[in-house]
Design a protein around this ligand. Structure first.
Ligand SMILES: [Zn+2]
Ligand SMILES: [Zn+2]
Length: 125
């Protein structure tokens, strides 16, 4: 998958240890933390197996990457499926076309994944 803007990380988002491998720098976690984050996404995100599979796919593909913590929560960068645009997502808001339209009843799916990522990063090390 092609990503228009590449984020790289120097330290693990979860435990803060320096990242050395190119792979870890691209995804933001060391191998052990990445496994935990993936596990948590797989077990807790969404309400159906299909939603969980989709969430895991987004994280695995690097289609959703954590950028920074703010008072509004974790801000993530989301890349569209065709790789043409990037938008910003927090656990409560998403700037994608669907997110701007959606009501509180039908939350944009990206916000669900951002919330799960934020929760996984807050886990005790
Ligand atoms: Zn780590
Ligand atoms: Zn969205």
């Amino acid at each position: 998958m092609q990503t228009p803007a590449t984020v790289t990380y120097s330290c693990c988002l979860r435990c803060g240890r320096p990242l050395t491998s190119k792979k870890s720098r691209a995804r933001g976690y060391g191998a052990a933390c990445y496994a935990l984050v993936r596990l948590r996404i797989r077990l807790t995100t969404g309400t159906t197996p299909a939603q969980r599979a989709k969430a895991l796919e987004l994280v695995t593909d690097g289609a959703i990457l954590p950028l920074r913590m703010t008072s509004a929560g974790l801000v993530c960068q989301v890349v569209s499926e065709d790789g043409e645009w990037i938008h910003l997502t927090t656990p409560t808001h998403c700037s994608c076309p669907h997110g701007r339209r959606s009501t509180s009843v039908a939350r944009c799916y990206h916000t669900v994944v951002a919330g799960a990522l934020a929760a996984s990063l807050r886990l005790a090390v």
